[in-house]
Design a protein around this ligand. Structure first.
Ligand SMILES: [Mn+2]
Length: 293
């Protein structure tokens, strides 16, 4: 059994593949390339329900699943502050309310997609955040508990995505291993961690060690090379990644998250899945050889 692949559709928009403008063209290209699913935007207040449902139904009719809803957490993405770790209570509350609305959206699916949460400050502060890290951690845990309990009642899973210091809080929730620590502390069956290879490559130790450390708490993957371009363009050893995920029996989705999408969205789509399937074939061949010797 091979791994399951999806695409974060909003990433394709940067090079002309905007699913909300030309849904059939984009979804057909994704399905034809051989993906199993698409990750849709969680913006229930901004994307018309009728349009959202039309895209969702079109995806299903093409045989695609919707394994995850992508949260717009960064201010550049959301156009506002949605900060689950904020020491400003109104900002934190706004983030929690946004998450709950997104969970409601996920709950409208027959098979509810995973919803991703992030700690995303109004402004990044380099090299280290001025807010005491223990406060950020306590606030984020409080927010996550509330979201996770709300989601559990609606059969929705929540995945924490740690992000690098330049985009998130410099010093808080940058590494996958740190995210796993928070997941373990909250210890809810519907809470896990999301590994975005671009961030993990920057903030963790060896990528494969971080994946193994996440273990059965690893719920979803965002796929990019170290340069945030498509796999194979940078220096991550994807053959080794596939071997690690095979050994872990990882059964979640691997969603393409290449930003900005280069050279163009169609080439990024086909190039990524062809490359990953090739890595899977090589890993399978190696396993057969190892067994034969
Ligand atoms: Mn990501």
């Amino acid at each position: 059994m091979g791994h399951k692949y999806s695409v974060i559709l909003c990433t394709l928009a940067s090079s002309g593949g905007n699913v909300w403008e030309k849904p059939r063209e984009v979804l057909e290209a994704v399905a034809e390339a051989g993906y199993d699913g698409v990750d849709l935007d969680a913006e229930p207040d901004r994307i018309e329900a009728s349009l959202f449902n039309r895209v969702k139904e079109m995806a299903f009719s093409l045989g695609l699943k919707v394994p995850a809803l992508i949260g717009a957490w960064a201010p550049w993405h959301a156009g506002e502050v949605r900060d689950l770790a904020s020491t400003d209570e109104s900002e934190r509350r706004h983030g929690v309310d946004y998450a709950k609305k997104s969970v409601d959206l996920a709950a409208t699916f027959e098979e509810p997609p995973v919803f991703e949460i992030v700690a995303s400050p109004a402004q990044s502060e380099y090299p280290v955040t001025k807010t005491p890290i223990h406060l950020l951690r306590a606030n984020f845990i409080q927010s996550t508990r509330e979201i996770t309990e709300y989601a559990a009642e609606r059969n929705v899973e929540i995945a924490i995505e740690p992000i690098n210091r330049f985009e998130g809080y410099a010093g808080f929730l940058n590494s996958l291993v740190e995210g796993k620590g928070i997941v373990d502390e909250i210890d809810a069956p519907n809470l896990g961690v999301l590994a975005d290879f671009f961030h993990v490559n920057m903030e963790d130790g060896p990528l494969n060690d971080a994946l193994r450390a996440a273990g059965d708490r690893l719920m979803h993957i965002h796929l990019a090379d170290n340069n945030r371009q498509t796999p194979g363009t940078g220096h991550i050893d994807f053959l080794d990644v596939v071997r690690t995920l095979n050994a872990m029996n990882f059964s979640g989705y691997i969603s393409l998250d290449s930003v900005p999408c280069k050279p163009d969205w169609r080439t990024a789509l086909t190039g990524t899945i062809d490359f990953m399937k090739q890595m899977e074939k090589m890993a399978a061949l190696q396993e057969r050889i190892a067994k034969a010797v």
